[in-house]
Design a protein around this ligand. Structure first.
Ligand code: MN
Length: 222
C-alpha cells in the first residue's frame, strides 16, 4: 500500500513533464542523414534546440487552458491572432513536425500519379512548382515559411507566411492544408549557406520526401 501511494505521488509530481500535451516525434533519420544538402550541426541545433524550445513554450502557454486537450491542428485552426505565445510556439511546433516529415535521405522519391497530375495542371511541371516555391521562399523578408497547400476548393496553391504562422491559422491571407513546407528562417541554413538562401532553396529539392508529400496531399483531398 505504501509503495502504491509512493508510485501515485511520483506519478502526480512527474505528471507535468511526463504528460506534456505536445511532444516532438523522434527525428526519422540521423542528424547527418541529409548531408551535404543540410549539414548535421544545423539539423541538431534546429531539432534539439529550436523545435524543442517551441514545444516547451507551447506547453507552458496552454497549461490550464482548453488548448491543453486539443490536437495541434485544432489549436491552430481556432487560434486568436492576439495570442502570440500559442501563435508563435504552436505554429513553431506544427511547422517543424511537418518539415522533418517532408525531408528524407532516400533518393529518387517521386510524387504520386494524383499529385503529379495536379502539379502539372497548376504549375505546368514539377520544375514549375519548384520555381514558384523557391520564389515564395526567396521573397519572404526576414523569417518565415514557403508552403504548398490544398485550398478549400481542393486546388494546389503556393503561399508564404511570416515567422511561425501557417496556412491553418484563420487570419492568414491564403488558408489551406499544408502538404509541403520549407523553413526559410536563417536558423535552417545559415551555418552552411550563410546569407545564400537561394542556394539552400536550390539544394533542398535533393532531400524532399515526395512519398510523404503525396500522402499528405491524398489526406488533404479526402
Ligand atoms: Mn526552423
Amino acid at each position: 500500500m505504501k509503495i502504491k501511494s509512493f508510485i501515485l505521488a511520483a506519478f502526480l509530481l512527474a505528471g507535468n513533464s511526463l504528460f506534456a500535451q505536445f511532444t516532438q516525434k523522434p527525428l526519422p533519420y540521423a542528424y547527418n542523414a541529409l548531408e551535404p544538402n543540410i549539414d548535421a550541426l544545423t539539423m541538431e541545433i534546429h531539432y534539439s534546440r529550436h523545435h524543442a524550445g517551441y514545444v516547451k513554450n507551447l506547453n507552458d502557454a496552454v497549461k490550464g487552458t482548453p488548448a491543453e486537450k486539443q490536437s495541434i491542428e485544432e489549436v491552430l485552426k481556432s487560434l486568436d491572432e492576439k495570442n502570440t505565445a500559442v501563435r508563435n510556439n504552436g505554429g513553431g511546433h506544427y511547422n517543424h513536425e511537418l518539415f522533418w516529415s517532408v525531408l528524407t535521405p532516400e533518393k529518387n522519391t517521386a510524387p504520386s500519379a494524383e499529385l503529379a497530375q495536379a502539379i502539372n495542371a497548376k504549375f505546368k511541371s514539377l520544375d514549375g512548382l519548384k520555381a514558384k516555391l523557391n520564389e515564395a521562399g526567396a521573397k519572404r523578408f526576414g523569417s518565415g515559411w514557403a508552403w504548398l497547400i490544398v485550398d478549400a476548393n481542393g486546388d494546389l496553391q503556393v503561399t508564404s507566411t511570416p515567422n511561425q504562422d501557417n496556412p491553418l491559422m484563420p487570419f492568414v491571407s491564403k488558408k489551406g492544408t499544408p502538404v509541403l513546407g520549407i523553413d526559410v528562417w536563417e536558423h535552417a541554413y545559415y551555418l552552411k549557406y550563410q546569407n545564400k538562401r537561394a542556394d539552400y532553396l536550390a539544394n533542398i529539392w535533393n532531400v524532399i520526401n515526395w512519398k510523404e508529400v503525396s500522402r499528405r496531399y491524398a489526406e488533404a483531398k479526402k
